[in-house]
Design a protein around this ligand. Sequence first.
Ligand code: NAD
Ligand code: TYD
Length: 358
Amino acid sequence: MESNQTILITGGAGFIGSHVVRLFVTKYPNYQIVNLDKLTYAGNLENLTDIEKSPNYTFEHGDITDAIYIDSLFKKYDFDGVIHLAAESHVDRSITNPMEFVMTNVIGTANLLNAAKTAWDCSMKTPDRNGEKRFYHVSTDEVYGELHNPDEFFLETTSYDPRSPYSASKASSDHFVRAYYNTYKLPVVISNCSNNYGPNHFPEKLIPLMINNIMHNRPLPVYGKGENVRDWLFVKDHARAIDEIYHNGRNGETYNIGGFNEWKNIDLVHLLCKIMDEKLDRPEGTSVKLITYVTDRAGHDLRYAIDANKLMKELGWEPSLQFEEGLTQTVEWYLANKEWLQNVTSGDYTKYYDKMYK
Ligand code: NAD
Ligand code: TYD
C-alpha cells in the first residue's frame, strides 16, 4: 500500500471513530486523514480537539445517506482507502426508530460502496490493481445473534442471525460489502467486534450511563435480571486492531475482534460501583444501593462471546489491558472530563433519558 495515502474515515467524531482518527493522524503523519461525520447526537468534535489542527487532518461535515454528496467527496479527494464506522449504533434507539438505522447503516453503506466502486473503477481493473485500494467496513458481533451454550463462541464462519433492528441493519450492510467484493472485486475487509468501552463513550450505553448515574446518585437501571453477558474490549485496543487489519488483513476476509472478556451485566455493574466508591471516596457499598432492576429490553440478546483467534494468530494482535485496569482508566477519564459529560448530557439527552427510563 502507498506510504502517502488519503484515507476517508466515516463516523470519526463518534466514540470508536475518534480513537481511530487520533491513532491514524498521530501514527501516520504522511497520511491525509479525512473525517466525514454528520454530527448526530453521537458525533462530537470535542472528542478530537487535541488533533484538529494537525496538518494531515481534515473534517468534512456530511451525511452518508446523501449519494450525490458522497460521490462529490470521492471526486474532491483521491481516496486510497475507506474506514467506515459511521452508523446508528444504539440497540434501544433501533427499537424505537428502526428506519433511521436502515437509512444510515444500510443505504449509507451502499452509497459508500458505490462511490468507491466508481472512483476506483473496480470492474475495469484486475483484482491486483484493486488490491492497492481498501474498503474497510467496521461491524459488530451482534450480527451473529445470541449464544446460549457457555462453550460456544462466535467464529468468522458463524451464520448470521441478527435479532434487533440495529444488528439486522449491520448484518445487511455486511452482506452488501461482501457482495461488492464478489461481484465487482471491490477490495474489502470486514471486522466484527465485541462491546467496546473507554473514554468518549456516549452515556446512553451501559458503562458510561452507569458511571454518570453513580456520579449523580441516580438509580442504576439494570435490564431484566442483569443476567445477560457481554464481551468487553477497551476502545483503544479496537483501534489498534483496525490499524492492523487495514494494513495487513486479506481482501475479502472477515476478522473477529474481542478480548475473551465476558461479564454478566450485574457483575460488571457491581465492579463499577466498587471502583466508583473508591474514586469518589464514598464508603464501600454506597453505589450498589442505587441498582434498580427495570423492565427488560425487547428481544434482549442473552450472550455475546467472540473468538478472536484468527486475528491473534494471523496478524499478531492482542488486547493490551486487563478489564479492571481498563475500567479504572475509563472511570478516571469521566471524573476528569465532567465538562465533556455535562455538554453531551444537556439538551436532547435529557429528553431521551426521560422517555427511556421514566
Ligand atoms: P457512535 O454512535 O459513537 O458514533 C457514530 C458516528 O457516526 C457519530 O459520530 C455520528 O455522528 C456518525 N453518523 C451517524 N449517522 C451518520 C450519517 N448518516 N452520516 C455520517 N455520519 C453519521 O458509534 P460507535 O460506538 O463509535 O460505533 C462505530 C462503529 O463501530 C459502528 O459502525 C458500530 O456499528 C461499530 N461497533 C461498535 C461497537 C461498540 O461497542 N460501540 C462494537 C462493535 C462495532
Ligand atoms: P449496551 O451498552 O446498550 O450495548 P449492547 O446492547 O449493544 O450490547 O448494553 C450492554 C448490556 O447492558 C445489554 O445487555 C443491555 C444492558 N443495559 C442495561 O442493563 N441497562 C441500561 O441502562 C443499558 C443502556 C444497557
